[in-house]
Design a protein around this ligand. Structure first.
Ligand code: AMP
Length: 396
């Protein structure tokens, strides 16, 4: 069956068409600047990338461009829309309602609408994508795969904050965690690569990208993760502060004469490695700046690695040990120095890092020495494949 995987943002839409038996990606790409003007990218394995501008006043128009391209007589990969067996949607927030992927019935869509308050930037965009697909492909079954679902196995001690308990019961204030599809895929794949059963392992996944999170996966289940009520908590990220003392917010707001929402904007958009380095939110720019002698960029990279290592240590304690540490996402997959820098803190727990094996980008590899008690791996994440797999499994 061909599964169309859709990841809808407020002005963008990523898509992949995956043949579920072979798990081959038939085509993939991106619609950008939706509601502004519209730019389209289309890729097929082994073929030249196609890019053009097309009016996309809304997401329905964007999906129409995708469907027209997929079925184009010259450059398409399917003959007609009938060859799309199902659509899998990435949905950011499932609250406490969704602990696994679900078939998108009207009732489920209503429940996702109810979660919008928890993810006002993301869930409305996801819903727009769902409604657009429903309009254009009314008879094609659709499945929702939630970023939060994998973390619903966390115990209360991991997800409750030290706040008045009624904020949890009345408003749902708790740790939800994000990047769940990635943590789930990567932990399973790491176990496979090691020839072991994920249900017999303690794994720590470091998803390091523009947004970053660490997850403790104990016997296949998420038991703790660094992102919290929102994706702002945890590691220092591209532009997000990660963990800070909440008292800083009032203190700086008064000093700088900023409102609460302006402060939140600072924490989300102007902090992290961008704020610290004053160079960029992109780690490649930081690497270049450090190499050019920028001491603040070097310090920023140091701080980032130190924070990742602290979370790895905390999660090893939370699980009473760790069998494997896995790096994934843009930075984790591509930046050998970040992997090495984080692991330089972890010798005490039995990590014997193999610097030679670590010298590569974007591949599945074991990067610890064969005798290392704790294995270290790099596993490229594949959220789209996970969404396609869940979609097919549910429809069976
Ligand atoms: P993601 O959010 O997973 O797409 O990751 C994006 C981030 O990965 C970028 O902001 C870069 O900082 C980082 N990244 C991607 N490629 C490299 C690379 N070759 N070296 C260092 N960092 C990289």
């Amino acid at each position: 069956m061909n599964v169309l995987v859709i990841n809808c943002g407020s002005s963008s839409l990523k898509y992949q068409l995956i043949e579920s038996t072979t798990e081959d990606v038939l085509a993939s790409g991106l619609c950008e600047r939706i509601t502004i003007d519209g730019a389209f990218t289309y890729k097929r394995p082994g073929k030249e990338k196609i890019q053009f501008e097309a009016p996309m006043p809304d997401h329905t128009a964007a999906i129409k461009v995708v469907l027209n391209q997929l079925t184009d007589t010259e450059t398409g990969v399917i003959k007609s829309m009938d060859e799309i067996g199902a659509v899998g949607h990435r949905i950011v927030h499932g609250g406490e309602k969704f602990a696994s992927s679900v078939i998108l019935t009207d009732e489920v869509v209503k429940a996702i609408e109810d979660c919008c308050e928890l993810a006002p930037l993301h869930n409305p965009a996801n819903l727009v994508g769902i409604n657009a697909c429903k309009e254009l492909m009314p008879n094609v079954p659709m499945v929702g795969v939630f970023d939060t679902a994998f973390h619903q196995t966390m115990p209360e001690k991991a997800y409750l904050y030290g706040l008045p308990y009624e904020y949890y019961t009345k408003y749902g204030v708790r740790r939800y965690g994000f990047h769940g599809t990635s943590h789930s895929y990567v932990s399973k794949r790491a176990a496979e690569v090691l020839g072991r059963d994920v249900n017999d392992m303690k794994i720590i996944v470091c998803h390091l990208g523009n947004g970053s999170s660490v997850c403790a996966v104990d016997h296949g289940k998420s038991v703790d993760t660094s992102m919290g009520f929102t994706p702002l908590e945890g590691l220092i990220m591209g532009t997000r502060s990660g963990d800070i003392d909440p008292a800083i917010i009032e203190y700086v707001a008064q000093k700088e004469n900023l409102s609460l929402s302006e402060m939140m904007n600072v924490l989300n958009k102007k902090s992290g490695v961008l704020g610290l380095s004053q160079v960029s939110s992109d780690f490649r720019d930081l690497d270049d700046a450090r190499d050019a002698g920028n001491a603040q960029a070097a310090l920023t990279l140091d701080i980032f690695r130190y924070h990742v290592a602290k979370y790895v240590g905390a999660y090893a304690a939370a699980m009473g040990g760790v069998d494997a540490i896995v790096f994934t996402a843009g930075l984790g997959e591509n930046d050998a120095l970040t992997r090495e820098g984080v692991c330089s803190y972890l010798g005490f727990m039995g990590v014997e890092f193999d610097a030679e094996a670590n010298n590569f980008r974007g591949e599945e590899r074991v990067i610890s020495k064969p005798e290392s008690k704790v294995k270290v791996l790099c596993i490229p994440t594949n959220e789209e494949l996970m969404i396609a797999r869940d979609t097919v499994a549910l429809l069976k």
